[in-house]
Design a binder for this molecule. Structure first.
Ligand SMILES: Nc1nc2c(ncn2[C@@H]2O[C@H](COP(=O)(O)OP(=O)(O)OP(=O)(O)O)[C@@H](O)[C@H]2O)c(=O)[nH]1
Ligand SMILES: [Mg+2]
Length: 251
């Protein structure tokens, strides 16, 4: 279950002139600004924006591109070589979003948790740490590795429990190597039908372009915000059932 893109937030807001002063807070010389764990964009006092924080776990087998995706979403370059992540690494990304009905602007602070697969196998406490109070999970497969795609269902059921209140999105990496793809469009379509989860495609060099990461970051923001709104109004929803508006924005 996920939210129809653009039903809660303005899609492609980074293309609109009124977003410029907000996106300039996460840019430096046309590149993305790097934020440490304790850092945040500098806001002038007249810009009255709230920041909402979320923990996002990136899951997938070794070499699929978890660390590369965390870097890509933060606008940072990643190595061409594969270096196994030896433990848990966290990457902070800020992303401004405009809510459609109120025109309110929110800064989403995503903390991406990425754990090397071999460290995950070796140390039992890694997976519980990554899952603790997690708000969203990105399940990765690589377009150049059919095994990683076929393992998706296992991966999702192994890591999540049906009771989990967690946003789930699927990301296919190395889409730039489509000449060597092992996963067809119809495979992806079938998966989406069975699981009802959106699938995003990423690949290629990290450029300064916001457009490349916007669809995935916006989808994360929109689904997380919706999840929070549902949780906040869960008492009334439990008694009255989902409202018509809720039904319309869920796909
Ligand atoms: N062409 C291309 N290469 C990619 C992409 N994403 C990752 N890679 C490459 O794939 C290799 C593995 O990526 P990593 O991000 O280190 O893999 P990982 O999932 O973090 O692996 P572990 O830390 O061992 O679990 C690296 O050589 C990356 O440069 C992509 O979208 N396109
Ligand atoms: Mg890694």
């Amino acid at each position: 279950m996920s939210v129809l893109p653009g039903s809660i937030i303005v899609s492609d807001w980074h293309r609109f002139p009124d977003s410029r002063e907000f996106f300039s807070r996460i840019l430096h010389k046309k590149r993305r600004r790097k934020f440490g764990l304790l850092e945040a964009p500098m806001m002038p006092p007249h810009m009255n924006v709230d920041t909402v924080r979320y923990k996002v776990f990136i899951s997938g087998k070794t070499g699929v591109g978890k660390s590369a995706l965390a870097a890509r979403l933060a606008g940072l370059d990643f190595p061409k070589m594969h270096y196994e992540t030896t433990g848990i690494e966290t990457t902070v990304t800020f992303w401004p979003v405009k809510l459609k009905d109120s025109n309110r602007v929110l800064f989403f602070r995503f903390e991406f948790w990425d754990c090397g697969e071999s460290a995950m196998r070796r140390f039992d406490h890694m997976l519980p740490s990554c899952k603790e109070q997690v708000d969203a999970m990105l399940f990765l497969f690589s377009f150049t590795d059919r095994g990683s795609f076929e393992d998706l269902s296992n991966q999702i059921s192994r890591i999540t429990e049906s009771s989990d209140r967690v946003v789930k999105l699927v990301v296919g990496t190395k889409f730039d190597l489509f000449m060597h793809t092992d996963v067809t469009e119809s495979d992806v379509t079938r998966f989406k039908e069975v699981w009802g989860l959106p699938v995003f495609r990423v690949g290629g060099d990290v450029s300064a372009g916001l457009g490349e990461v916007a669809p995935l970051l916006n989808a994360l923001a929109e689904n997380l915000w919706y999840q929070d709104c549902i949780a906040a109004s869960s008492v009334s929803i439990a008694t009255a059932g989902l409202t018509q508006t809720d039904k319309e924005i869920i796909v």
